[in-house]
Design a protein around this ligand. Structure first.
Ligand code: RAM
Length: 356
């Protein structure tokens, strides 16, 4: 099945096939991507987690991105054979909203906690308590401070996410113009890293010297607030050329606002979105191109990383490797980071090839 997205320029790197690794597509088994066990000549012994528990704590529960990510996590946890797997978490993505959930896991003696941090620091004391009590902590999607977790499962190298968004917006506004960022929460580690890399690139790369970020607003990954922030941006900046929203909640809400407004087709909208949420806006001309990765892979790799840590197969040291089921071998990189895949750019030509 060929679903190669439109190639990017060399600056960002080629868009890789993501669908070949899609967990949904692979769930049938026999036609799945092979694990890397053949590379070493011997099948890696499965991590024994039959007496262990794993709990996933997303940024928030009512987020379609989290739902897909957690689906991958649950699939991984079941496949590996954890005695129990749970999902708990807040309904809103505020800084401290996850602390009581972490504390409850410490009380319960959960062996592996997988969390997408709403604030890199706010969750730290509770995560440290968890580690002191013998749990392993894996962050995914949005990192905590590095000394509070064992590993961070990152979708894509953060700078590459930023460069992909910058390149998309630059292409769509002809290389020059006023842009605004509509982000998630102001404390989100992942969005803040992407925004900082975008700002740095604009400041240092001549190619983007005519792009100006005129505003940054935060919809808190709340649909209503994001919708209102989009409306506010367009009112406050009549000369706005584009909105970049590095959050699936923000981009979908902004698209909904734009699609029935006078700005449809005039103000560019790009960023990170779920194909299933953005499809109608691509088809009706509100959005030309946006990007994402497969969130299910994040959860899936995080479950395998948790199992490898719990069973002592890895310690989380740089260079450690583990096999993430059908997605194959992964290596721990500098900073205790495991990178899952590459972003794909979605547009009218390929969006129907994706189902998440
Ligand atoms: C939202 C969340 C999540 C982010 C995606 C792109 O769903 O903020 O953390 O990774 O967007």
């Amino acid at each position: 099945m060929s679903r190669l997205a439109r190639p990017m320029t060399a600056a960002v790197g080629a868009v890789l096939l993501m669908s070949s690794m899609s967990l949904a597509a692979c769930s049938g088994g026999s036609d799945t991507a092979a694990t890397d066990s053949s590379a070493s000549g011997a099948a890696p012994a499965a991590a024994d987690v039959s007496d262990a528990t794993i709990t996933f704590i997303p940024k928030q529960l009512n987020n379609p991105f989290s739902d897909v990510m957690l689906g991958g996590g649950t699939k991984g946890a079941e496949e590996i054979g954890f005695a129990d797997n749970q999902i708990v978490g807040p309904l809103e993505a505020s800084s401290s909203s996850q602390v009581s959930f972490i504390n409850a896991e410490v009380q319960a003696g959960t062996n592996v906690i997988v969390i997408a941090a709403n604030d890199p620091d706010a969750v730290c004391p509770a995560l440290k308590d968890a580690r002191d009590a013998g749990s392993h902590v894996v962050t995914f999607d949005s990192d905590a401070a590095a000394d509070c977790r064992d590993l961070f499962i990152n979708q894509v190298e953060s700078k590459q996410v930023a460069l992909t968004m910058l390149e998309m917006v630059s292409e769509q506004i002809g290389g020059a113009g006023n842009i605004a960022i509509l982000s998630a929460t102001a404390t989100a580690t992942n969005q803040n890293a992407w925004i900082t890399f975008m700002e740095d690139e604009i400041a240092s790369n001549d190619k983007y010297k005519d792009i100006v970020i005129v505003d940054k607003v935060y919809g808190d990954d709340d649909d209503t607030k994001s919708f209102q922030e989009a409306q506010g941006l367009l009112q406050a900046h009549p000369d706005l050329d584009a909105i970049v929203s590095p959050t699936t909640v923000g981009i979908a809400a902004t698209a909904r606002y734009l699609s029935t407004s006078e700005y449809k087709g005039k103000v560019v909208l790009t960023g990170l979105g779920l194909p299933n949420e953005m499809r109608s806006f691509v088809k009706d001309g509100t959005v030309t191109e946006f990007a994402l990765w497969d969130p299910a892979q994040l959860g899936y790799v995080a479950a395998y990383a948790g199992a490898a840590l719990h069973s002592g197969k890895i310690t989380g040291a740089v260079g450690d490797t583990f096999t993430a089921g059908e997605l194959g071998e992964r290596t721990v990189e500098e900073g205790g980071i495991v990178v899952v895949g590459d972003p794909v750019r979605f547009n009218a030509d390929n969006i129907d090839d994706y189902d998440f």
